[in-house]
Design a protein around this ligand. Sequence first.
Ligand code: ZN
Length: 293
Amino acid sequence: MSITIGLDIGGTSVKALSLDETDTITARYTYPTNSTRGIEAFLDATEACIASLITESGQMLTSVGIGCTGPIDYQSGIIENPYTLPGLEGHSLSHLLRERLHIPIIIDNDANTAHLGEVHSHPNAPKNSVLLTFGTGVGVSIRIDGVLFRTPGGIHPEMGHIPTSVHRSYPCYCGRTNCIEHILSGSAINRRARELSHNSAEELLESKEGKPFKEELVSALTDVIATFTTIFHCEAVFIGGGMQGFFERYLIEETQERINRLLPIYGRSTIERCRAQEDAGALGAALLGRNIQ
Ligand SMILES: [Zn+2]
């Protein structure tokens, strides 16, 4: 028996797991990203994590798959994000780890690996789906006829900056005032709630005064889903990330009702919560790693 290891690299922490040939998770490991300590320190911590997973599993390691936040060049493996991983940008993590471990290693955007993990955990996954992760930022992954969508050259498209109909008076770091990340990311939602009420987003939405705020969020989410389903005709839109519970509690039901009332030219999609949740990114990364063998 052998294992493949999946790493899910976020701005704060790295979640890792090992997967054996029967799709059983044999061990888990989490460590702080600490990207500002630089690439060598990060590689040392990652190597220690991999050694621990091999010891706990007691099996031979054949490959490693990595899901990483932000823009990643799928072919060169270069991390291109100075915002969430300062200290690691400009380095090819897959190349550098391959030099240390001498096994096949592949890296992709974390929304893509979460999408692979979600589809794997789904009892009846459709062939066309969109996965949206709402956390500190917004991640988007598209799957068409069972294959992940990539731009020419292999760079993951930054679709979190597609516009919605809701504007703010201040711009997003991308320059727009109405992009998905600027309205629907966890940071954006919490900032807006504080502007409106000095309360948390949950407290505001639970109160009578929260109605206009809810209208903004549902309108923006409806825009996002209508845009993606119009282009890709996906049967399912998966909602995940750290804000998944918030979206389930306050936004999904009403958004689904609005989507159902739109003309069929906008496609017919079902909004679904992510099942794999915390494990999705690392599980998908392990599956990606297994396929390069
Ligand atoms: Zn933006």
